[in-house]
Design a protein around this ligand. Sequence first.
Ligand code: HEM
Length: 570
Amino acid sequence: HVVLRAAGGVGLPAWLKIVAYAASIPVAQYIRGIPANRARRRDMARLGAHPVPRVKGWLPGNLDVLWNLVVSDGEEYCAETMRKHAETLQSATFDMGILWASQVLDPANVQHVLATSFNDFEKGVKFRDMFDLFLGQGIFTTDGEQWKEHRALAKPFFSRERITDFRCFDRHADKMLHVMALYANHGDPMDIQARTDSQFPFDIFCRFSMDVGTDFLFGRCVKSLDALICHDDSFGRFSTAFNAATHLGATRVRIGSLWPLFEPFGDRAAPAVNIIRDLIDPIIQDAMLKKGQLQSSDRLIATIWPSSLIYPTLDVDLVRAEVMNILLAARDTMASILTFTIYCLTQHPGVQDALRHEVERVVGESREPTHEDIREMRYLRAVLNEVLRLFPPVPFNIRRSVGSSALPSPLSPQGPLYMPANVSITFISLLIHRRTDIWGPSAHKFDPERWLGPSEPGEDLKTKVHVANPFAFLPFNAGPRICLGQQFAYAEASFIIIRLLQRVKSFELAPEAQPEGSLPPADWASSTIGRESIERCRPVSSLVLSIKGGLWIRAKMKEGYAHLHDGNPL
Ligand code: HEM
């Protein structure tokens, strides 16, 4: 890091920076290596642990393993490379050998990292560096006391009273359905997610969750859905830039400490971040100008960023960092759960019928759903849980060890595995949620029924597996850093799915509209691995799980809604 920063600072030519950085690695390893290895062996013996099984590459530092990981990104089924390594090594916890970063598919080890030994693991300075320009210092990127402060300040926003007020959802759901109806009436296919490479993303769910998120958090909305209706799509650029910055951050996480090698010409997040700032900064500055007359609509600015933070410093960078952190947490995750719910409903007409039946029984054909309705709708909750199990919006997560410890590793034949200090550990919820040894032979099947045990209405639904092994299902993370927006997310997703089913007669996939190369490759049809043979889309992971090329569907509106919005302003 020192060499890299110095090389960046003195403005050396790009090729020289690469050489300087590459040369620094073996030198640093040589200097630190020998005594460190001896100390590690002693520590491992003290903890009664064994080395984490390691992937054997053929290039020094497993650079070939890293290369395969980067080139397979978006080509293979999401997380397939990791699954294959685990299978080859026959260990649910393994080390890709890229600078001692372990990959974990064992719920007991996730429990160790996220809960039991919470204080021994952090996001760490490297993670912060990877997102520095995009996210700065906020709840998502900080650790220790600084994180505790952010968390305490943000918590009141997710009070029961606030998350049971559905007016905010309804305002934006109406607009979203209006946009959908425009397309449905013409029989045109629509992309409800977003093509990450599109200059003009027709990203209905991203826009909906962005509008709800900004309205809920700031009391003002960026009106991204209006932009679609009114021909003005400056927001489209913002959305594309947000996607690009997120994707770049995820790629850096996957590459690990060597990421600067892949960006020899400077921080590649800069162009996207500039576009984001163009849109966000005026909103923040506007809020700051109103400092003397804060109304309830400025709740977040007033509460999360108390006057001591904003007003004496008037530091736009600081406030922007907070905004970007929470928007990142709220926008793409919501778009992801909604997109995959629609995908699953198109694939399972029986589930769609059962869900419609529940909507009609509890809420009726047109009434706005309430918090109590949603508590009563157990089948809806089961559908959402099953979507979160198979397609967790945050499929990978990463922590860094502060001290050394022994990972319990009951799923690895070696017994407890040694976790040295200062190394990264990635846990892959998507693979944990699909383990057949935990979830049974039907692990890859979409089956909401598995959630319908004998719980009371309103109680959280739990499968038998989940009761026995709570860390086998962790779409919202677990432990002290569990998602703050979990209940808000369930409420928002339930609300919009109910509204959609009340107004839309049917959805179907429109594969002919998918961009080239985004449909599952032909050889998946005969595959016996996981869900490859049944998947009709390609789930890919940036920071958040999405569908390659977007999810193109055709919708038919119900009588009474079909004629309301004729004409196509786009
Ligand atoms: C289905 C939707 C969602 C899923 C699956 C989800 C999942 C997650 C996960 C896995 C984390 C942990 C991230 C990490 O450890 O790095 C997280 C953190 C967080 N989420 Fe969510 N989230 C969702 C929706 C939301 C929404 C709608 C909001 C806000 C309105 C939100 C606010 C947060 C915040 C503030 C954190 C940071 C917590 C902390 O570090 O203390 N989330 N979420």
